[in-house]
Design a protein around this ligand. Structure first.
Ligand code: AMP
Ligand code: ZN
Ligand code: ZN
Length: 404
Protein backbone atom coordinates (compact mmCIF):
# COMPACT_ATOMS: atom_id res chain seq x y z
CA UNK A 1 0.00 0.00 0.00
CA UNK A 2 2.91 2.33 0.85
CA UNK A 3 4.78 1.66 -2.38
CA UNK A 4 2.38 3.33 -4.86
CA UNK A 5 2.33 6.60 -2.93
CA UNK A 6 6.18 6.67 -2.76
CA UNK A 7 6.18 5.96 -6.48
CA UNK A 8 3.75 8.73 -7.28
CA UNK A 9 5.62 11.14 -4.99
CA UNK A 10 8.85 10.30 -6.83
CA UNK A 11 7.11 10.76 -10.18
CA UNK A 12 5.77 14.16 -9.16
CA UNK A 13 9.29 15.18 -8.02
CA UNK A 14 10.83 14.06 -11.30
CA UNK A 15 8.11 15.85 -13.26
CA UNK A 16 8.64 19.05 -11.25
CA UNK A 17 12.39 18.83 -11.74
CA UNK A 18 12.04 18.40 -15.52
CA UNK A 19 9.56 21.28 -15.67
CA UNK A 20 11.88 23.49 -13.60
CA UNK A 21 14.87 22.63 -15.82
CA UNK A 22 12.85 23.27 -19.00
CA UNK A 23 11.55 26.51 -17.49
CA UNK A 24 15.00 27.77 -16.57
CA UNK A 25 16.50 26.68 -19.92
CA UNK A 26 13.72 28.48 -21.77
CA UNK A 27 14.18 31.49 -19.53
CA UNK A 28 17.93 31.63 -20.09
CA UNK A 29 17.66 31.67 -23.87
CA UNK A 30 18.37 35.08 -25.39
CA UNK A 31 15.73 37.33 -26.91
CA UNK A 32 16.03 39.17 -30.22
CA UNK A 33 13.69 42.02 -31.14
CA UNK A 34 13.92 43.44 -34.65
CA UNK A 35 12.13 46.73 -35.33
CA UNK A 36 11.88 48.29 -38.77
CA UNK A 37 11.10 51.97 -39.34
CA UNK A 38 10.01 52.13 -42.98
CA UNK A 39 11.94 54.67 -45.04
CA UNK A 40 14.13 55.95 -42.16
CA UNK A 41 17.05 57.45 -44.09
CA UNK A 42 20.57 56.87 -42.78
CA UNK A 43 21.19 60.62 -42.55
CA UNK A 44 18.01 61.53 -40.61
CA UNK A 45 19.68 61.25 -37.19
CA UNK A 46 22.21 63.87 -38.34
CA UNK A 47 19.39 66.17 -39.52
CA UNK A 48 16.71 65.81 -36.85
CA UNK A 49 16.48 65.32 -33.07
CA UNK A 50 16.67 61.56 -32.42
CA UNK A 51 17.72 61.38 -28.74
CA UNK A 52 16.65 57.76 -28.31
CA UNK A 53 18.50 56.44 -31.35
CA UNK A 54 21.53 58.47 -30.28
CA UNK A 55 21.41 56.92 -26.81
CA UNK A 56 21.07 53.48 -28.40
CA UNK A 57 24.24 54.17 -30.39
CA UNK A 58 26.08 55.17 -27.18
CA UNK A 59 24.93 52.06 -25.34
CA UNK A 60 25.45 49.70 -28.24
CA UNK A 61 26.17 49.75 -31.94
CA UNK A 62 25.32 52.14 -34.75
CA UNK A 63 26.16 51.57 -38.41
CA UNK A 64 27.19 54.53 -40.55
CA UNK A 65 24.58 53.10 -42.92
CA UNK A 66 23.06 49.78 -43.87
CA UNK A 67 22.87 49.10 -47.59
CA UNK A 68 19.52 47.90 -48.90
CA UNK A 69 19.19 45.42 -51.75
CA UNK A 70 18.16 46.53 -55.20
CA UNK A 71 15.36 47.41 -55.87
CA UNK A 72 15.18 49.63 -52.80
CA UNK A 73 11.51 48.86 -52.15
CA UNK A 74 9.75 47.76 -48.98
CA UNK A 75 8.82 44.13 -49.64
CA UNK A 76 12.03 42.99 -51.36
CA UNK A 77 14.14 44.47 -48.56
CA UNK A 78 12.15 43.34 -45.55
CA UNK A 79 12.04 39.85 -46.97
CA UNK A 80 15.79 39.93 -47.69
CA UNK A 81 16.55 40.81 -44.07
CA UNK A 82 14.61 37.79 -42.77
CA UNK A 83 15.79 35.28 -45.42
CA UNK A 84 19.37 36.45 -46.00
CA UNK A 85 18.71 36.26 -49.74
CA UNK A 86 18.90 38.81 -52.53
CA UNK A 87 15.48 39.56 -54.08
CA UNK A 88 16.64 37.64 -57.17
CA UNK A 89 16.86 34.54 -54.99
CA UNK A 90 13.85 34.93 -52.66
CA UNK A 91 11.57 35.93 -55.53
CA UNK A 92 9.95 39.09 -54.15
CA UNK A 93 11.64 41.19 -56.83
CA UNK A 94 9.46 44.29 -56.31
CA UNK A 95 6.33 45.45 -54.47
CA UNK A 96 4.44 44.65 -57.66
CA UNK A 97 5.55 42.30 -60.42
CA UNK A 98 4.35 39.86 -63.05
CA UNK A 99 5.39 36.22 -62.78
CA UNK A 100 5.72 34.76 -66.27
CA UNK A 101 5.76 31.17 -64.95
CA UNK A 102 2.34 31.32 -63.29
CA UNK A 103 0.82 34.24 -65.20
CA UNK A 104 -0.01 35.80 -61.80
CA UNK A 105 0.74 39.35 -60.67
CA UNK A 106 2.07 39.93 -57.14
CA UNK A 107 0.86 43.13 -55.44
CA UNK A 108 0.67 44.34 -51.83
CA UNK A 109 -2.98 45.28 -52.12
CA UNK A 110 -4.38 42.04 -53.60
CA UNK A 111 -4.85 38.45 -52.38
CA UNK A 112 -1.69 37.48 -54.30
CA UNK A 113 0.37 39.06 -51.51
CA UNK A 114 -0.65 36.11 -49.35
CA UNK A 115 0.09 33.46 -51.99
CA UNK A 116 3.08 31.54 -50.60
CA UNK A 117 4.10 30.34 -54.07
CA UNK A 118 5.66 33.77 -54.67
CA UNK A 119 7.95 33.48 -51.65
CA UNK A 120 11.17 31.43 -51.69
CA UNK A 121 13.76 31.06 -48.94
CA UNK A 122 13.20 30.10 -45.32
CA UNK A 123 12.25 33.06 -43.10
CA UNK A 124 14.16 33.24 -39.83
CA UNK A 125 10.95 32.60 -37.83
CA UNK A 126 10.49 29.23 -39.59
CA UNK A 127 14.12 28.32 -38.96
CA UNK A 128 13.85 29.29 -35.28
CA UNK A 129 10.52 27.52 -34.72
CA UNK A 130 11.95 24.32 -36.26
CA UNK A 131 14.74 24.53 -33.66
CA UNK A 132 12.35 24.93 -30.72
CA UNK A 133 12.27 28.74 -30.43
CA UNK A 134 8.93 30.53 -30.32
CA UNK A 135 8.69 33.55 -32.62
CA UNK A 136 6.29 36.43 -33.23
CA UNK A 137 5.80 39.17 -35.79
CA UNK A 138 3.75 42.31 -35.86
CA UNK A 139 3.30 42.92 -39.61
CA UNK A 140 6.79 42.15 -40.91
CA UNK A 141 6.42 41.60 -44.69
CA UNK A 142 6.11 37.85 -45.27
CA UNK A 143 5.05 37.07 -41.70
CA UNK A 144 1.33 36.99 -42.60
CA UNK A 145 1.92 34.45 -45.37
CA UNK A 146 2.30 30.67 -44.80
CA UNK A 147 5.77 30.44 -46.36
CA UNK A 148 6.62 26.72 -46.63
CA UNK A 149 3.36 26.11 -44.80
CA UNK A 150 4.34 27.87 -41.59
CA UNK A 151 3.80 31.16 -39.74
CA UNK A 152 5.49 32.57 -36.62
CA UNK A 153 3.73 31.33 -33.42
CA UNK A 154 2.16 34.80 -33.14
CA UNK A 155 1.42 36.86 -36.25
CA UNK A 156 -1.04 39.49 -37.41
CA UNK A 157 -2.80 40.01 -40.73
CA UNK A 158 -1.61 43.38 -42.06
CA UNK A 159 -3.77 46.32 -41.05
CA UNK A 160 -2.28 49.73 -41.73
CA UNK A 161 -4.72 51.34 -39.29
CA UNK A 162 -3.17 49.68 -36.23
CA UNK A 163 -1.27 52.52 -34.58
CA UNK A 164 2.48 52.29 -34.13
CA UNK A 165 2.04 52.50 -30.34
CA UNK A 166 -0.48 49.61 -30.37
CA UNK A 167 2.04 47.42 -32.21
CA UNK A 168 4.81 48.16 -29.72
CA UNK A 169 2.47 47.76 -26.72
CA UNK A 170 1.52 44.28 -27.92
CA UNK A 171 5.16 43.29 -28.12
CA UNK A 172 5.70 44.36 -24.51
CA UNK A 173 2.71 42.12 -23.60
CA UNK A 174 4.14 39.18 -25.56
CA UNK A 175 7.38 39.45 -23.60
CA UNK A 176 5.35 38.86 -20.42
CA UNK A 177 3.62 35.69 -21.61
CA UNK A 178 4.29 32.50 -19.64
CA UNK A 179 7.74 31.12 -20.59
CA UNK A 180 6.29 28.26 -22.66
CA UNK A 181 4.39 30.72 -24.89
CA UNK A 182 6.82 33.65 -24.81
CA UNK A 183 8.48 34.43 -28.15
CA UNK A 184 12.27 34.75 -28.16
CA UNK A 185 12.37 36.35 -31.60
CA UNK A 186 10.00 39.21 -32.44
CA UNK A 187 9.89 41.27 -35.66
CA UNK A 188 7.93 44.53 -35.79
CA UNK A 189 7.14 46.71 -38.79
CA UNK A 190 6.29 50.43 -38.46
CA UNK A 191 5.20 52.21 -41.65
CA UNK A 192 6.63 55.63 -40.77
CA UNK A 193 8.36 57.91 -41.71
CA UNK A 194 7.92 56.38 -45.20
CA UNK A 195 4.29 57.48 -45.61
CA UNK A 196 4.99 61.10 -44.68
CA UNK A 197 8.02 61.17 -46.97
CA UNK A 198 6.03 59.96 -49.99
CA UNK A 199 3.28 62.48 -49.32
CA UNK A 200 5.29 65.55 -48.32
CA UNK A 201 8.88 64.76 -49.29
CA UNK A 202 11.78 63.30 -47.25
CA UNK A 203 12.98 66.79 -46.30
CA UNK A 204 9.55 68.10 -45.29
CA UNK A 205 8.45 69.26 -41.86
CA UNK A 206 5.89 66.41 -41.83
CA UNK A 207 8.63 63.80 -42.41
CA UNK A 208 10.72 65.41 -39.66
CA UNK A 209 7.76 65.12 -37.27
CA UNK A 210 7.46 61.40 -38.06
CA UNK A 211 11.19 60.95 -37.46
CA UNK A 212 10.78 62.61 -34.06
CA UNK A 213 7.66 60.54 -33.30
CA UNK A 214 9.16 57.18 -34.26
CA UNK A 215 12.32 57.97 -32.26
CA UNK A 216 10.21 58.84 -29.24
CA UNK A 217 8.13 55.63 -29.59
CA UNK A 218 11.39 53.67 -29.68
CA UNK A 219 12.38 55.40 -26.41
CA UNK A 220 9.05 54.51 -24.74
CA UNK A 221 9.41 50.92 -25.95
CA UNK A 222 12.98 50.67 -24.67
CA UNK A 223 11.97 51.94 -21.23
CA UNK A 224 9.09 49.42 -21.13
CA UNK A 225 11.28 46.43 -22.02
CA UNK A 226 14.02 47.59 -19.66
CA UNK A 227 11.53 47.15 -16.80
CA UNK A 228 10.83 43.51 -17.68
CA UNK A 229 12.44 40.61 -15.77
CA UNK A 230 14.04 39.44 -19.05
CA UNK A 231 15.51 42.90 -19.84
CA UNK A 232 19.15 41.84 -19.58
CA UNK A 233 18.66 39.03 -22.11
CA UNK A 234 17.14 41.20 -24.85
CA UNK A 235 19.11 42.11 -27.95
CA UNK A 236 17.27 44.94 -29.69
CA UNK A 237 17.96 45.72 -33.35
CA UNK A 238 16.47 48.79 -35.03
CA UNK A 239 16.68 49.01 -38.81
CA UNK A 240 15.06 50.59 -41.82
CA UNK A 241 14.50 49.14 -45.27
CA UNK A 242 15.65 52.09 -47.43
CA UNK A 243 15.61 55.90 -47.58
CA UNK A 244 13.74 58.19 -49.95
CA UNK A 245 14.69 60.81 -52.55
CA UNK A 246 12.74 63.98 -53.25
CA UNK A 247 10.62 63.66 -56.40
CA UNK A 248 8.47 66.07 -58.41
CA UNK A 249 6.09 66.03 -61.37
CA UNK A 250 8.66 68.00 -63.37
CA UNK A 251 11.27 65.24 -63.14
CA UNK A 252 9.37 62.53 -64.99
CA UNK A 253 9.99 60.48 -68.11
CA UNK A 254 7.05 59.07 -70.05
CA UNK A 255 8.01 55.54 -71.05
CA UNK A 256 5.48 55.43 -73.89
CA UNK A 257 7.40 58.24 -75.67
CA UNK A 258 10.34 55.85 -76.12
CA UNK A 259 8.83 52.37 -75.89
CA UNK A 260 5.31 52.08 -77.28
CA UNK A 261 3.05 49.62 -75.43
CA UNK A 262 2.54 47.62 -78.65
CA UNK A 263 6.21 46.52 -78.42
CA UNK A 264 5.49 44.81 -75.12
CA UNK A 265 4.37 41.27 -74.43
CA UNK A 266 2.77 42.19 -71.08
CA UNK A 267 1.52 45.58 -69.93
CA UNK A 268 4.20 47.33 -67.85
CA UNK A 269 4.02 46.23 -64.26
CA UNK A 270 4.05 49.47 -62.34
CA UNK A 271 7.00 49.89 -60.06
CA UNK A 272 8.13 53.46 -60.59
CA UNK A 273 11.04 54.27 -60.39
CA UNK A 274 11.93 50.70 -61.50
CA UNK A 275 10.13 49.03 -64.39
CA UNK A 276 10.48 45.52 -65.83
CA UNK A 277 9.64 45.03 -69.51
CA UNK A 278 8.91 41.91 -71.55
CA UNK A 279 9.40 42.51 -75.28
CA UNK A 280 7.31 41.03 -78.05
CA UNK A 281 9.82 38.87 -79.87
CA UNK A 282 9.91 41.09 -82.97
CA UNK A 283 10.54 44.21 -80.89
CA UNK A 284 13.29 42.89 -78.58
CA UNK A 285 16.06 44.65 -80.52
CA UNK A 286 14.03 47.84 -80.87
CA UNK A 287 13.59 47.99 -77.10
CA UNK A 288 17.26 47.09 -76.47
CA UNK A 289 18.19 50.06 -78.68
CA UNK A 290 15.57 52.46 -77.31
CA UNK A 291 16.40 51.95 -73.62
CA UNK A 292 19.88 53.35 -74.27
CA UNK A 293 18.53 56.74 -75.31
CA UNK A 294 15.91 57.43 -72.63
CA UNK A 295 17.04 60.50 -70.65
CA UNK A 296 17.36 60.24 -66.84
CA UNK A 297 16.97 56.48 -66.78
CA UNK A 298 19.33 53.54 -67.06
CA UNK A 299 18.14 50.54 -69.01
CA UNK A 300 19.63 47.07 -68.68
CA UNK A 301 19.06 43.69 -70.21
CA UNK A 302 17.93 42.13 -66.91
CA UNK A 303 20.16 39.06 -67.19
CA UNK A 304 23.22 41.22 -67.89
CA UNK A 305 22.94 43.75 -65.09
CA UNK A 306 26.26 44.64 -63.42
CA UNK A 307 27.13 42.14 -60.68
CA UNK A 308 26.87 44.68 -57.91
CA UNK A 309 23.06 44.72 -58.29
CA UNK A 310 22.82 40.96 -57.60
CA UNK A 311 19.69 41.24 -59.67
CA UNK A 312 18.21 40.29 -63.04
CA UNK A 313 18.54 36.51 -63.24
CA UNK A 314 15.06 35.87 -61.81
CA UNK A 315 12.55 35.53 -64.70
CA UNK A 316 10.25 37.91 -62.79
CA UNK A 317 12.51 40.81 -63.81
CA UNK A 318 11.54 39.96 -67.42
CA UNK A 319 13.75 41.05 -70.36
CA UNK A 320 14.65 44.61 -69.37
CA UNK A 321 15.08 46.47 -66.09
CA UNK A 322 14.70 50.25 -66.35
CA UNK A 323 15.82 52.37 -63.38
CA UNK A 324 15.23 56.12 -63.06
CA UNK A 325 18.00 58.44 -61.86
CA UNK A 326 17.54 59.35 -58.19
CA UNK A 327 14.73 61.89 -57.87
CA UNK A 328 13.24 61.02 -61.27
CA UNK A 329 10.03 59.15 -62.01
CA UNK A 330 9.01 56.84 -64.82
CA UNK A 331 5.47 57.38 -66.04
CA UNK A 332 4.08 54.00 -67.03
CA UNK A 333 0.77 53.01 -68.50
CA UNK A 334 -1.57 53.34 -66.58
CA UNK A 335 0.28 56.20 -64.86
CA UNK A 336 1.10 56.09 -61.16
CA UNK A 337 0.63 59.24 -59.12
CA UNK A 338 3.93 61.10 -58.71
CA UNK A 339 4.27 62.15 -55.10
CA UNK A 340 6.97 64.16 -53.30
CA UNK A 341 9.25 61.33 -52.33
CA UNK A 342 10.11 57.90 -53.67
CA UNK A 343 12.51 54.97 -53.46
CA UNK A 344 13.38 51.90 -55.46
CA UNK A 345 16.46 53.49 -57.05
CA UNK A 346 19.97 52.06 -57.41
CA UNK A 347 21.15 50.92 -53.97
CA UNK A 348 24.39 52.84 -54.54
CA UNK A 349 22.44 56.11 -54.10
CA UNK A 350 23.10 57.53 -50.64
CA UNK A 351 19.47 58.66 -50.25
CA UNK A 352 18.51 54.98 -50.35
CA UNK A 353 20.77 53.94 -47.48
CA UNK A 354 19.11 52.69 -44.32
CA UNK A 355 19.79 52.73 -40.55
CA UNK A 356 21.04 50.07 -38.17
CA UNK A 357 21.20 50.37 -34.36
CA UNK A 358 21.56 47.57 -31.83
CA UNK A 359 21.87 47.13 -28.07
CA UNK A 360 21.91 44.17 -25.72
CA UNK A 361 24.23 41.69 -24.05
CA UNK A 362 25.71 40.45 -27.36
CA UNK A 363 26.70 43.88 -28.69
CA UNK A 364 29.73 46.04 -28.02
CA UNK A 365 29.19 49.42 -26.39
CA UNK A 366 29.68 52.58 -28.45
CA UNK A 367 30.85 50.66 -31.53
CA UNK A 368 30.49 52.33 -34.94
CA UNK A 369 30.04 49.88 -37.78
CA UNK A 370 30.94 50.52 -41.42
CA UNK A 371 28.17 50.17 -43.99
CA UNK A 372 27.15 46.55 -44.55
CA UNK A 373 24.51 44.80 -46.71
CA UNK A 374 21.15 44.20 -45.04
CA UNK A 375 21.22 40.48 -45.96
CA UNK A 376 23.68 40.10 -43.03
CA UNK A 377 20.74 40.65 -40.65
CA UNK A 378 19.70 36.99 -41.18
CA UNK A 379 22.95 35.35 -40.00
CA UNK A 380 23.19 38.00 -37.27
CA UNK A 381 19.81 37.02 -35.81
CA UNK A 382 20.72 33.32 -36.14
CA UNK A 383 23.97 33.95 -34.26
CA UNK A 384 22.15 35.84 -31.49
CA UNK A 385 19.55 33.09 -31.11
CA UNK A 386 22.15 30.33 -31.37
CA UNK A 387 20.44 28.56 -34.26
CA UNK A 388 21.63 27.00 -37.53
CA UNK A 389 20.51 28.58 -40.80
CA UNK A 390 20.37 27.19 -44.34
CA UNK A 391 22.92 28.54 -46.84
CA UNK A 392 22.23 32.22 -47.62
CA UNK A 393 23.66 35.15 -49.58
CA UNK A 394 24.11 37.14 -46.35
CA UNK A 395 27.16 36.43 -44.21
CA UNK A 396 27.95 37.15 -40.55
CA UNK A 397 31.46 38.36 -41.36
CA UNK A 398 30.56 41.99 -42.25
CA UNK A 399 28.91 42.44 -38.82
CA UNK A 400 31.12 40.13 -36.73
CA UNK A 401 33.14 42.98 -35.18
CA UNK A 402 30.09 44.63 -33.61
CA UNK A 403 29.62 41.56 -31.42
CA UNK A 404 31.35 41.05 -28.08
P1 AMP B 1 6.42 51.20 -50.46
O1 AMP B 1 6.68 52.46 -49.74
O2 AMP B 1 5.60 51.40 -51.69
O3 AMP B 1 7.64 50.40 -50.75
O4 AMP B 1 5.53 50.30 -49.50
C1 AMP B 1 5.23 50.68 -48.21
C2 AMP B 1 3.84 50.24 -47.90
O5 AMP B 1 3.77 48.82 -47.82
C3 AMP B 1 3.40 50.72 -46.56
O6 AMP B 1 2.79 51.98 -46.61
C4 AMP B 1 2.46 49.66 -46.08
O7 AMP B 1 1.12 50.09 -46.09
C5 AMP B 1 2.65 48.51 -47.04
N1 AMP B 1 2.88 47.27 -46.30
C6 AMP B 1 3.83 47.04 -45.39
N2 AMP B 1 3.74 45.79 -44.89
C7 AMP B 1 2.71 45.22 -45.52
C8 AMP B 1 2.11 43.93 -45.45
N3 AMP B 1 2.58 42.97 -44.62
N4 AMP B 1 1.07 43.70 -46.26
C9 AMP B 1 0.61 44.63 -47.11
N5 AMP B 1 1.12 45.86 -47.21
C10 AMP B 1 2.16 46.16 -46.43
ZN1 ZN C 1 9.76 50.83 -47.28
ZN1 ZN D 1 7.72 53.83 -49.49
Amino acid sequence: MVRPSIMSFAMVCIFMCITAIAYSQQNEKPYVILISLDGFRHDFPAMHPTPNLNATAREGVKAKAMQPCFPTKTFPNHYSMVTGLYPDHHGIVANKFYDPASGKTFALTTAEKSDPSFYSGEPIWNVAEAQGIKTAAYFWPGSDVPVNGRYPSIWKAYNKHTTLAQRLDSVVQWLQLPPENRPHFIAIYLDQPDMAEHEFGPLSEEAKQQVILTDSLIGIFQRAINDLPVADKINLIIVSDHGLSETSKEKAVKLEDYIPSRWLEYPTTMGNPVVFLKAKETYYDSIAFAVRSIPHVKGYVSKKMPRRFHFGKNPRSLDFTIIAEAGWSIITNPPELIKKGNHGYDNREKDMWAIFYATGPAFKKGYVQQMFPNISIYPLIAYLLGIQIPPADGKLRPVRKMLK
